[in-house]
Design a protein around this ligand. Structure first.
Ligand SMILES: O=C(O)CCC(=O)C(=O)O
Ligand SMILES: [Fe+2]
Length: 216
């Protein structure tokens, strides 16, 4: 990673979509990583996701609160070991509210509590195609936290998978929030930069945690 003379700035790549670099201090990153490692254990642990068209997602996933499977939510791991999904902890909801307040202001913080976490683990070859987070029944902003390796996060528009989009570099500790007119924007992860995680974190690869309000 190149050294930097100036801190990275907050940016708004699309209306309602905000990138806050270095939002999570190193100690909170380590705490969140420790929690992710617990959540990834079976039952209802980290799994490979298969899509109805016969595809396999390269990022492996574990869910809290509600289990996402293409393209719906359930209370048990219906496409895996069948176990009940792990509970969504209150402290993660507080983190989500704080994130939305910092990114979009207190008025944007959802009245309904955050109750879903999708945790994706990317190894060096993993990526995620352009998609919308459209299986929730709430227009509350999606909160995305990144740990470990830096990635290219492609953030687009609600109409098409293609341009216009902006490529944002998401590093360990970065926050990205998308709500309002960008809540249903297409986004994806075309690339992970292997070996770029902060060495003191102790993670090989990348974790992304998205927090959502189910409305279910
Ligand atoms: O890994 C990321 O940064 C994005 C993850 C994502 O888009 C999702 O879980 O729906
Ligand atoms: Fe997504």
């Amino acid at each position: 990673m190149d050294a930097e003379l100036f801190p990275r700035d907050r940016t708004e790549p699309a209306p309602g979509a905000v990138h806050l670099p270095d939002w999570l201090p190193p100690a909170r990153q380590r705490e969140l990583l420790r929690a992710c490692r617990e959540w990834a254990r079976p039952p209802a642990g980290l799994r490979t996701v298969h899509t109805p068209g016969g595809g396999t997602m390269t990022a492996r996933q574990v869910c809290l609160g509600w289990h996402w499977h293409p393209y719906a939510y359930a209370r048990t791991v219906v496409d895996g070991d069948g176990a009940p999904v792990k509970p969504f902890p209150a402290w993660l909801g507080e983190l989500g509210r704080g994130a939305v307040t910092d990114a979009l202001g207190a008025d944007a913080a959802a009245s309904a509590p955050y109750d879903i976490a999708l945790i994706n683990f990317y190894d060096a070859d993993a990526r995620m195609g352009m998609h919308r987070d459209a299986d929730e029944r709430s227009d509350a902003p999606v909160v995305s936290l990144s740990l470990g390796d830096t990635c290219v996060f492609r953030f687009g528009n609600p109409r098409t998978r293609t341009r216009p989009y902006t490529d944002v570099e998401l590093r360990s500790g970065d926050l990205f929030v998308f709500g309002g007119p960008s809540r249903l924007a297409y986004h994806g992860v075309p690339r992970v930069h292997a070996g770029t995680a902060p060495p003191e974190l102790g993670l090989t690869g990348r974790l992304n945690i998205t927090l959502r309000v189910s409305g279910l």
